[in-house]
Ligand binder design. Sequence first.
Ligand code: DGJ
Length: 606
Amino acid sequence: ETEAEAETLTIELTDSIQNLSVFLSYTVFDDSNALARSIRFRNNGDLALGLRRALSCSVDLPHANFDLVQLSGAWANERHVVKRALAPGLQSVESRRGASSHQQNPFLALLETGAGEDTGQAYGFSLVYSGNFLAQAEVDQFSCTRVSMGINPFEFAWRLESGESFQAPEAIMVYSGEGLGGMSRTYHRLYRTRLCRGHYRDRVRPVLINNWEATYFNFNPEKLTRIASSARELGIELFVLDDGWFGKRDNDHSGLGDWFVNETKLPGGLKSLGEKITAEGMRFGLWFEPEMVSPDSDLYRAHPDWCLHVPDRRRTIARHQLILDFSRDDVCEAVIKMVGDVLQSAPITYVKWDMNRHMTEPGSANLPPERQLELPHRYMLGVYRVMETLTSRFPQILFESCSGGGGRFDPGMLFYMPQTWTSDDTDAVCRLKIQYGTSLVYPASTMGAHVSAVPNHQLGRITSLEMRGHVAMSGNFGYEMDLSTLDDSEKELVAEQVRTYREIAPLVQQGEMYRLLNPFEGNECAWMFVSQDRREAAVFWFRILAQPNPPMNLLKLKGLDPQLDYRRLDNGEILGGDQLMNLGLMCPMEHGDFKSALWRFKATTP
Ligand code: DGJ
C-alpha cells in the first residue's frame, strides 16, 4: 500500500519473428517471504496471434526431495490435506469445471522431505484466480523439479489482435523455513491485509444467523422474524435471509434470474422485512445467486440465448439451472441493474453471493467460432467486473462469496469479498478437517463457520453444542438454525458463546494462527490464535471419540512469548509462556464423544 512495502521487477522478452513481447513480473514484499508472479503478452505485429497456454509462473528447484501437498475434496468435503512424495514425471491438480472447484483448490505446496508443521522448508504456490486452473510439479531426468501454475491450458485459447495484450493472473509463491505453519501464516497475513479490501478488511465481522438450514425454502415473515428475534435476544447482530425470497422460488426448480421480491411470500417486500429487523436492533443480509438462471424463469423466457450453451446441443442442467453468459456485457449490465436495485431497495448490510453449478457446454452466443475457447476466462473476467462494480457501489455492504459451500474458496474471490462460506457441511467433526485444510492458505477471517442443528442435516451426526460452538468460533462465527427451539440451558450457552466470541474475535480474525494437532492424523485436533503482540491467546482443543483409559494428554502451545507469564482466564492460574510451549497444557479427560475446550490466556507481566 506504500511504495516502500513492495517492489516489482519486470523483464521483457521479445520474439522478433512473431513480433511478440512477454513481460514477466516479479513482486517482492519487504516484510513477507512472498513473491507475486505474473505474465503479460503483447502482440506488437500486424497479424493476430493465438495464445494456447499462459501459465503465470514456472519455477525450477534443484532437487526432488519433496512431498507434494494439495487441498482436494468434494462438495461438503472440501480442502482435505493430501500429501504424496514427488515421483518422476508430471503430477498435477487442476480444475476444468469453470470454477476453482470443491474438488481441487488452486494451491500446491512442496514440503522438503522430513519437514513438517513447524520445521523444515516449505514452498507454497497459490493462484489468485477463480476459474479453470492448472498447478503442476514435474520431476525430470536429473531429479530437478519444475513447478508451474496458471490458467488451465485445457480448452483455453486467446486471440491476440495486433496491439492487444493479455494479462495472466498472479501466482503468489511463499517460502517458509518453519514448515507448513510458517507458510500458512505468511499467506494469512498477506491475504488478510493485502488481498482482501474494503470497509471490513480490518474490522471485526458481525456474528450472524442464517435461516437456510432452519427453514430452507419454507418461510414467511412471521417465521423469519421469530428466528431473528430469538437470535437477537442471544446477542446475534445480523440476520441473513437465504435462498427463496425472489421470483417463483419455493424449491430449487425455478426462479433464478428473477431478482424481484416475491410479495406473496413476503408481503411488504424486503423493505418492510429489513426495516422490521433493523428496528429490532439487528442488521439485515440477503442471499443472491446472480450468475445463474432457471429455465423456468421470466429472465430465461425473455432471453434464452443469455445462458452458456452451444447451438443445437443439449443444455445440460445441474441443480435445475443454467449459467448466465457473463462473457457478455449486456448480461453483466442486466445483472448489475437487478442486483443493484434490490440492494438499494432495502436496508441491506450483508450479501451472500452463491454459485451452485459448474460449466457444461461452455459456449457463448456472442463469440465467433474462433473465440469460443476464450469463454471460460471471459466468463471469469465478467464475474470479476460485476463484483467490482457492485462492491464499489455498495462499499458498506459486507460481501461473502459462496459456491455450494466452498466450491470457489480462492484468492480471486477474496479480492472482491473478504469472506467465503467454507462448506455446506456444518457437522462439527467434518468441519475440523475442512477448516484445518482451508487454513493451509486462507486466514480464519475468511472462513464462514456456523453452528447448526443436530442431528446434523448433512450426516445425521449428533455432536455437543459446546463442540459445534468451538468449531464455528474458530472462523467467522454464526448460527444456521432456529434458536427459538432450544431449551433455556442451550440458549444460555448460545448467549455465552456469542459473548465469548465477541471478546476473542480480534484474535481469531486478526491474530496469528498456529495449528497444534492435525485431525488427519488422529482423534484430536487443536489450533490456537495469538495476538500480534503475543500478549493474548485463544486455544481450541477437540476430541472426536472417547477412549477408555486414555493416556495423560499434554497439549504444547506455540507462538507465545517464552519470557512472559500468562493468566489462564477460566481459573486464574499463572503459567509461563515457556512452560505452556515446552511442557504443555493438560487436556480434559472427560467421558463422552465430541468434547472440546477453549482456553484463553492474557499476559500478566509487562
Ligand atoms: C448453497 C449454499 O452453500 C447454502 O448455504 C445455501 O445458500 C444454498 N445454496 C441455497 O440454495
